[in-house]
Design a protein around this ligand. Structure first.
Ligand SMILES: [Zn+2]
Length: 200
C-alpha cells in the first residue's frame, strides 16, 4: 500500500484507472450504457460536498494536508435521481442504437472505424439529432459525401429514431462485457452530448 500527497497524485496518470462507480440512492447504477463512472477527482469532490456515501474503496491511499483516505470505488448518491426515460444523445448511444453496424453496408465495425453520417446532409438543412444521424463506416461515409439518400441511392438500413433507455440496455446485453468496457475507457469523450455543428 502506498501513501502519497495530493500533488503527487495529481501528476500521476495511473490514477485514471481508479474511477468510481456511481449508484443512485436505490443502489442501481445511475446509467448502464455508458456505465456511470466518475473520475476519482469528481468522486473525491462529491465526498467532501457530502452528496455521496462511500460503499467500497480501492486500496490506494491519498493524503490531503488534513486528511488521509482511500480512493472510493463505489459511491451511492444521498438523494435519488429520477432515471431518464430517454437517453442522452451521445456518440456512444448512437453506436449502441445502431449496434456498431454501418447503416449503409450493414457490416459491423470497431468503434475507431465507425463515424457518423447525417442522412440529410447538414449542407442541405439536415440537423444533428437522433432522427438524422446514423453510424457509418468511413468508406460509406465518404461515398455518400453531402448527397441526399435519393441522389446516391444510399438509404439507411434502419430509419434513425430516438431510442428509449430500455432499448439501449437491451442492445447493450448483446455485446460481451469487455466490448462495452473498452469503450467506457473513453467515457468522458462518449458522454459529450452531440450538438448541431459539433460533428460533420
Ligand atoms: Zn459501410
Amino acid at each position: 500500500m502506498r501513501t502519497e500527497t495530493m500533488s503527487d497524485v495529481l501528476r500521476e496518470r495511473s490514477l485514471e484507472s481508479f474511477p468510481a462507480l456511481v449508484l443512485n440512492a436505490d443502489y442501481r447504477p445511475l446509467s448502464y450504457y455508458p456505465l456511470s463512472l466518475w473520475p476519482w477527482q469528481d468522486a473525491v469532490k462529491a465526498i467532501f460536498r457530502d452528496t455521496v456515501r462511500v460503499i467500497s474503496e480501492y486500496d490506494r491511499i491519498i493524503r490531503s494536508p488534513s486528511k488521509e483516505f482511500k480512493l472510493p470505488s463505489v459511491l451511492v448518491l444521498n438523494e435519488y435521481i429520477k432515471p431518464q426515460r430517454y437517453p442522452a444523445f451521445t456518440r456512444f448511444n448512437v453506436f449502441l442504437r445502431d449496434e456498431w453496424c454501418c447503416q449503409y453496408c450493414g457490416d459491423k465495425f470497431k468503434t475507431q472505424a465507425l463515424t457518423f453520417d447525417h442522412v440529410i446532409p447538414r449542407a442541405k438543412g439536415g440537423h444533428t439529432q437522433w432522427e438524422n444521424i446514423v453510424a457509418a463506416c468511413q468508406e460509406c461515409n465518404t461515398r455518400k459525401g453531402s448527397k441526399l439518400p435519393k441522389e446516391c441511392k444510399m438509404f439507411p438500413i434502419h430509419k434513425p429514431y430516438e431510442p428509449t433507455v430500455y432499448e439501449l440496455q437491451e442492445n447493450g446485453k448483446k455485446f460481451p462485457p469487455n466490448f462495452l468496457h473498452e469503450s467506457w475507457g473513453d467515457y468522458l469523450y462518449w458522454d459529450s452530448e452531440l450538438e448541431d455543428g459539433y460533428i460533420h
